[in-house]
Design a protein around this ligand. Structure first.
Ligand code: SF4
Length: 367
């Protein structure tokens, strides 16, 4: 199939005729609905936006996972970023979606209003430009994101190195996706029948990058974002459940290769090393993040720009920590759509357009 065909209504309808009875049969056999986690925030949005969530609702409960980078960034990381912004000699450069994410006492938006130099950029290389134009300042780029965003940040460090820009630094709060799924699979209180794996991350790490899930024999399908991708991925997940020996199925082969993007992987290895880092809701997860390696320490904001970081405290009443683990839905948060709205977000899951609370606010209320 080519491009638009993945949205073709007639093909979708005929696939429904074939696939939904298989889901129904599985549901009957289990005596309950199937329960799959979509790991990626873009999938959460796509299921709602395309209406596929509703098509599947009689058979499948879809649970959102830790796939929104802003949402899984720990509160202590937010405090660290805000502390950088408070340095009088420092310009903080960030993607716009970080501006309203709450730290324990403030957010970047408020700091900017109070006079801090916080600039929104569309790419990390823009931050290198800001550094070049402001040699008397230190410029910190806030590195938040999964395997998909890290290559562009690695390239910005290479650019700074090549162009001898010495006042450019990165705060690396980057996360690796597969290690976050292990505790969810191994949690005996979590009833999950399988995982819809993020297409974008898989483009970088490849089908092979999900070996961990294969070794845990967990049903898992890599999927794209169009209606037919979503439907067929859920169908394939159901088929995987029936198998004794599961493998990670690549249902996004028009974009995802077995070995992923090896160039991007090399670039990451050159500049970063794997570390155990803290995730919102999960705590410290082994080998789940990226820190600058020894050779690139001179670009590491954490090592080079000391700050006084306040004692981190949680956000009162916010259930984001449970939502990113799929243990709670936004409807379970008493603040959802009352005190907490996209205009006045209390937690990160409402700030980010890919956050589960923001998606449910936009598409799922009143259904
Ligand atoms: Fe947090 Fe707001 Fe979501 Fe509640 S609705 S979990 S306060 S982001």
């Amino acid at each position: 199939m080519m491009g638009m065909a993945y949205r073709d209504k007639d093909i979708f309808a005929s696939l429904c005729q074939k696939m939904l009875p298989v889901l129904e049969e599985k549901k009957q056999r289990l005596g309950r609905k199937l329960r799959f986690m979509e790991v990626c925030g873009t999938h959460t949005v796509s299921f709602s936006k395309t209406g596929v969530r509703e098509v599947l609702a009689d058979y499948v409960d879809l649970v959102s996972g830790p796939g929104c980078p802003v949402c899984v960034t720990d509160q202590s990381d937010m405090d660290q970023m805000i502390a950088f912004a408070k340095r009088s000699d420092t310009i903080v450069a960030t993607f716009g979606d970080m501006m309203k994410v709450p730290g324990s006492y403030s957010n970047l938006y408020k700091e900017k209003a109070d006079g801090a130099e916080v600039r929104i950029v569309y790419s990390p290389s823009q931050a290198v430009e800001i550094a070049r134009q402001n040699p008397q300042k230190q410029v910190v780029f806030l590195g938040v994101g999964f395997e998909t965003t890290v290559p562009s940040i690695a390239l910005s460090i290479r650019k700074a190195e090549r162009e001898k820009v010495r006042n450019y630094f990165v705060y690396s709060a980057h996360k690796l996706t597969p290690p976050a799924l292990q505790p969810l699979i191994q949690d005996p209180t979590h009833q999950l029948d399988g995982f819809l794996l993020p297409g974008h991350v898989s483009v970088i790490i490849g089908r092979k990058g999900w070996n961990l899930l294969e070794s845990l024999n967990e049903p898992a399908v890599i999927g794209g974002f169009e209606p037919i991708d979503l439907l067929t991925s859920i169908y394939l997940l159901t088929l995987e459940m029936n198998k004794e020996r599961r493998s990670v199925v690549n249902n996004y082969s028009r974009m995802v290769r077995e070995n992923g993007n090896e160039k991007a992987q090399e670039l990451l290895k050159e500049i970063f090393e794997v570390d155990s880092v803290k995730w919102r809701g999960f705590g410290i997860l082994p080998n789940s993040g990226l820190r600058m390696n020894a050779a690139y320490q001179s670009y590491d904001a954490l090592t080079n720009l000391p700050v006084d970081r306040p004692v981190t405290k949680g956000i009162k009443g916010c259930r984001c920590g449970e939502i990113v683990k799929g243990k709670e839905t936004p409807f379970g948060c008493p603040l959802f759509a009352k005190a907490c709205t996209p205009e006045n977000p209390i937690g990160p899951c409402m700030v980010s357009s890919e956050g589960t609370c923001s998606t449910y606010y936009q598409f799922e209320r009143g259904k």
